[in-house]
Ligand binder design. Structure first.
Ligand code: LMR
Length: 397
């Protein structure tokens, strides 16, 4: 039965790791997938997570199935983390959710649920995270784009964005990156978010936030939730997916949450019941360990304070590397304007390199970034920054 199967192409982000593994060039560098590295270029486990692991190991927990919606205590804490402990909607029970298989899993459950309930079209920013389109197309939705990034000026095309939102048919879903837009690192300002909130309300759209980098935009997780909190205060009945891969460094644990704001608690509970009908035939119920780690941290004020400091530490190191990369490009002799590297926020620098230049950099210098010129700043260190800068300069001059 397999003879007509063709080899599928490598994934443009995760597949890069496979290509990189096969490269035996000694100074090779990968700045592809958005996964934090310490200053030595090594994967980093947050000390607060290590402490939580110890607490869990000593707790003698059972390994029973979680419910279809995951760990209820984790979901409560995840929602507080994003919507804020003081959120009136949260206190009224109007926000409910389920545990999700990190961002990707939550996005897919949302897509499937919306398709089942009559949605037809979802709008993504142009550009957006590479996996978004496949997730929603595979959910049966039609995926369209709205203008977002002005590549010529390395800035947000806010006018284009508002214009495109104003022409979306009522009832369409508009996906917004809650903070630290992937791949551009370019977010609307608070004033612009306010305007978006009112335009989206006028258009009567379904707002869906993808919140994968809370804590990585400003270094302060609460501040990074400003857009979400503003939309809820403005009365939007949003849905949101959260990932704990980056801020808690729990990539392989697949920890996330999918939530919804209802008109009242009853309505929100009905939506959650529908999420569960999507989850059960897809993967039954989520894994428990990562959710228990996050719960252990967020339940404990001391561990939460430590986690927040550690998350800020990661964001700070990335920002230092933004400055270092820009300086190194100048020292390498580049006369191009690289100020967008330090203007952008979050994990990535959207370098402006063309696909051709990216491929040349891979072949000649063994520096691997994604095909769209996105550089994971989390993989840049004091040891490799000059090497990367020289490679970029060589292909970009
Ligand atoms: C990325 O954009 O690099 C991350 O979100 C990881 C992934 O799954 O693509």
């Amino acid at each position: 039965p397999w003879s007509f199967f063709e080899m599928a192409p490598l994934d443009p982000i995760i597949g890069l790791n496979e290509q990189f593994q096969k490269d035996d060039y000694p100074s090779k560098v990968i700045v592809g997938v958005g996964a934090y590295r310490d200053e030595k270029g090594k994967p980093f486990v947050l000390p607060s997570v290590r402490k939580a692991e110890k607490i869990l190991a000593e707790g003698g927990l059972d390994m029973e199935y979680a419910g279809i919606a995951g760990e209820p205590r984790f979901v409560d804490l995840a929602l507080e983390f994003a919507y804020g402990e003081d959120s009136a909607a949260l206190k009224e029970g109007r926000i409910q959710g389920v545990q999700a298989l990190s961002g990707t899993g939550g996005l897919r459950v949302f897509g499937e649920m919306m398709k089942k309930h009559g949605s037809t079209t979802l709008y993504l920013p142009n550009p957006s995270w590479g996996n978004h389109k496949n997730i929603f197309t595979n959910s049966g939705l039609e995926v369209k784009n709205y203008r977002y990034y002005d590549a010529d000026n390395s800035s947000l095309d806010f006018e284009g964005m508002v214009h495109d939102i104003k022409s979306m048919p009522a009832g369409s879903i508009v996906l917004l990156h809650a903070c630290a837009h992937n791949p551009t690192g370019m977010d609307p300002t608070l004033e612009q978010w306010k305007e978006l909130s009112s335009v989206i309300k006028e258009q009567d759209l379904v707002t869906f936030f993808d919140c994968a980098y809370q804590g990585f935009a400003s270094g302060d997780a609460s501040k990074d939730a400003a857009a979400i909190r503003m939309f809820v205060e403005d009365g939007h009945l949003i849905s949101m997916v959260q990932s704990f891969s980056k801020n808690f460094g729990l990539y392989g644990q697949r920890v996330g949450a999918l939530s919804v704001v209802g008109r009242d608690a009853e309505e929100a509970k009905k939506v959650v019941s529908q999420m569960k009908t999507v989850i059960r035939p897809m993967y039954s119920n989520p894994p428990r360990h990562g959710a228990r780690l996050v719960t252990t941290i967020l339940e404990d004020p001391q561990l939460t304070a430590e986690f927040r400091e550690e998350c800020k530490g990661m964001a700070d190191r990335i920002n230092t590397m933004r400055g270092a990369l820009k300086d190194s490009l100048e020292s390498a002799g580049s006369t191009r304007d690289w100020s967008h590297i330090t203007d952008q926020i979050g994990m990535f620098a959207y370098s402006g390199l063309s696909n051709e230049q990216v491929l040349e950099m891979r072949a000649k210098h063994h520096v691997y970034c994604t095909g769209d010129g996105r550089i994971s700043m989390a993989g840049v260190t004091s040891d490799n920054v000059d090497y990367i800068a020289n490679a970029i300069h060589d292909v970009a001059k």
